[in-house]
Design a protein around this ligand. Structure first.
Ligand SMILES: Cc1ncc(C[n+]2csc(CCOP(=O)(O)OP(=O)(O)O)c2C)c(N)n1
Ligand SMILES: [Mg+2]
Length: 314
């Protein structure tokens, strides 16, 4: 696959997995809340495609996109959503805790911003061991309000950590617009005061996101000092959590969304690929998704005696 095809496949896979999640959800077979990335696919796709398999991404609770884009096992993901023993957390983590260490999808957390210092710890370990590879912390604009965000920027800049901060700025934390929570709309400028090089991609262009991360990751692999900070402006199409739309709540308007809806990454990226090739890619992914849901349906729940194993450290 060439780059266009890879990025399209990644975007299309995320979109279709989440659309099928929406179809299945009313049946109650999916045992956890779901935070969807429909409309935001270009960020995870661009970021993860620019990384090597051995380079890690720490995501958030909006984790389907990051996990899939990094190449996480799709059967284990859907089994996890179904609460099944074969899930990536043996059915005990659910949608917000998808992890596949084999491909560097190092999981998310329900607690906003907690993944940011985890990524820094990973990068610090690499630095101490002399490994030249990038680690990415992905987080939303809401995570920027947590103290640990600034503490980690400080530490990462001080220690010149081989990491990339990626802020997925969709302008909302649940129902609160950014400027009702923060005095200024200047997230990347806050990283700049620590001397961290910053870049903003304000139009959701998957190629620009890919390029920015590729440049930063390449610099790190060449031994240049990190960290780097990339802010990706984007828009969430669905409600904060769950499978519905939420224009009726009135905290944002469909008009505001219109420009982003027109930039649908599935359509924009899909239009760059030859029609026959696109049909082949889509058919293959549809088959993957069908297989993963069929697997999740048929595989067993954990045994009752497993109720307390892996929940607390023994
Ligand atoms: C420490 C902490 N505070 C509050 C919450 C409740 N909460 C869950 S998601 C969320 C919004 C976070 O918004 P953002 O970081 O912009 O991510 P987005 O949902 O937009 O992707 C909040 C406040 C939480 N989970 N953890
Ligand atoms: Mg947000």
């Amino acid at each position: 696959m060439n780059l266009e095809e890879k990025l399209y496949a990644s975007i299309y896979r995320i979109r279709r997995v989440e659309e099928v999640v929406c179809d299945v959800y009313p049946s109650d077979k999916i045992r956890s809340p779901v935070h969807l990335s429909i409309g935001q696919e270009a960020v995870s796709a661009g970021v993860c495609e620019a990384l090597l398999p051995e380079e890690a991404v720490y995501g958030t609770y909006r984790s389907h996109a990051t996990y899939l884009a990094k190449g996480g096992d799709i059967r284990k993901m859907i089994a996890e959503l179904y609460g099944k023993d074969a899930g990536c957390c043996r059915g005990k983590g659910g949608s917000m805790h998808l992890i596949d260490p084999a491909v560097g999808a190092l999981g998310g957390s329900a607690i906003v911003a907690t993944n940011i210092p985890h990524a820094a710890g990973h990068a610090y370990a690499d630095k101490i061991r002399g490994r030249k590879r990038a680690t990415v912390a992905m987080f939303g604009d809401g995570a920027v309000e947590e103290g640990v965000f600034y503490e980690t920027l400080n530490f990462a800049a001080l220690k010149k950590l081989p990491m990339i901060f990626v802020c997925e700025n969709n302008s909302y934390a649940i129902h609160s617009p950014l400027l009702t929570r923060q005095p200024l709309d200047n997230i990347s400028a806050r990283a700049a005061v620590f001397g961290i090089p910053t870049e903003i991609i304000d139009d959701g262009d998957v190629f620009k996101i890919y390029d920015a991360v590729k440049r930063a990751a390449t610099a790190i692999r060449e031994g240049k000092p990190g960290p780097f900070f990339i802010e990706c402006k984007i828009y969430r199409w669905m409600e904060h959590v769950g499978i519905g739309e939420d224009w009726k709540f009135g905290y944002r308007t469909r008009d505001e969304a219109e420009a982003w809806l027109e930039k649908d990454p599935v359509k924009v990226c899909g239009a760059l690929i030859d029609e026959k090739r696109r049909a082949e890619i889509e058919k293959e992914i549809e088959e993957e998704i069908r297989d993963a849901f069929a697997f999740a349906e048929s595989t067993p729940f954990p045994d009752l005696k497993e109720l307390y194993t892996d929940v607390y450290k023994n």
